[in-house]
Design a protein around this ligand. Sequence first.
Ligand code: ZN
Length: 590
Amino acid sequence: MKNIKTTWNLGLLYKNEKDPQIEKDLKMIERVCMDFEKKYKKADFTSSAEKLLKALEDREELRKKINGSKPWWYFTLKNNLNADDIFAQSHSTQYSQRLTGAFNKLTFFSIRIAQIVKTDQKKFLMDPILQTYKYSLKRSFEAAKYKLSEGEEQIIDLLSETSYTMWKSGQNKLLSSQVVVYEGKEIPITKAVALYPELPKKERRELYLKISSVLQSIAHFAEAEINAVYNYKKVLDERRGYNKPYSATVIGNENNEKSIELLVDLVTKHFSISQRYYKVHAKLLREKKILSADRNARIGDIHKKFDFLSATTIVRSALGNVDVKYAKIFDSFLENGQIDVYPRKGKRGGAFCWKEGLLPTFVFLNHSDDINSVETLGHEMGHAIHWELSQQTQPPRYRDFSTATAEVASTFFEQVTMSEIEKHLSEDEKIIFLHTKIKSDIMTIFQQVAGFNFELQLHEKIRKEGFVSKENIASLLSKNFRASTGNVMDIQDEDGYFFVRWSHIRNFFYVYTYAYGQLISRALFENWKKDPGYAKKIEQFLSAGRSMSPEDIFKSIGIDTSDPAFFEAGLKGIESDIKRLEIMAKKAGY
Ligand SMILES: [Zn+2]
């Protein structure tokens, strides 16, 4: 590796923000959408399989031309790098409106497909000439049950920007502009959040309290925001006929409601496993009782640093262990400037990976030289590889994927990364490492399910009472955290102000996909460890995109998610890791 770039090269999209190509692309998208409308709006394209096929093929061509709304995407990415970049923000909003206007011309198409009568639906699904479109048709027929009229859908699309997106981005902006004083210097809150678990007890608890009081000081905005977006969702859900607050998400992810309820129930019933973990966690911290500030604390005095260069070495060989082509994808990302590495003031917190159409994939990090940052890199590269493979294999209509499969890909590569990290550790550090690994399982499975329960209760409360105060939101969250951590952790109501910065609860029930993904990826990982030849099956999964339902994709590689025993086995696996840690802790004199 010669030239690693650590900031995004958005030049891969446009020369600069004044590039005349931006306006040309916008005009092109507006034109092709208008042409499509002209051609099909008044035409009959649903009366025979042949006509439908022709129209679907044209729709597919249109997807290729639109190629992921590049002008909007460019300014959105820029805005993520710098919340103060008003030019980027205003252009991202303007273009989003223009593009939505253009795409609104296409809504008639899916509505017409949705209106195909039941008997014809069955006929088309069986017709051999429509086989390559079968799953997408099935999804359209399924989604049709919840669609409103064309005019209503258009208004919703236009108003979601002001009723949802702007609230969320306002909250984000307020949050990312906050600073905390640490060692006499102001540091961005995102940095403080990454830093405090690394510190010794006294400093850790102090910094945690400072973060917490910043969150409380801006909670009045989050209170308005959460109530606004949850009520907005309520209105939509009622109109569309979704029965439960999570129905839209679960159905949208092409998951089955029953299997997700089963998963959430099962994990909630096994909260004793996470409580058992927090007991040994406290023991390893040599404490009888611990506080929220200690929840993510590292044990012992290991502060091994992983600067970005060493992180890339670890992740490259982890990916290469599964398949050398994954390591090559990673290297090309580093060389091309597709990974933005370090935290900066104004830059959004967290990490993500996203792509649009056939545009380059971008990975967003806030690397802070700790083990966690290496795992995050492995996780986000898992998303990136999933995108790349599905993009190379699938036609445009099947190129993206359900969130439910997305988190399986990312957490699988996260586990592979963790076993690579282990090789770089001394024997003494391995106890700490096992602890870290279990902690990650606990956070991913139990904390996210506690989050799911919290979200569900909050949606229900807002639906019933109209508005819930920030104090009550915080205490509701604390209550749910207490249920999963048990008595050993002394959780105060103020700790619930974590809701101010928990971005996922704004993505409505997104959290369950972590638990679901982690339990399935654990199975993938165990299979691959037993038999490296299983990598072929993993590649099959990574290349499947959205061509089948998640349940069917997993079935095709030998994993049955309708079986409660399957999820239960994953939970038992975590429990046996905890037992191992307890024994190691005892031996080491804790
Ligand atoms: Zn992820």
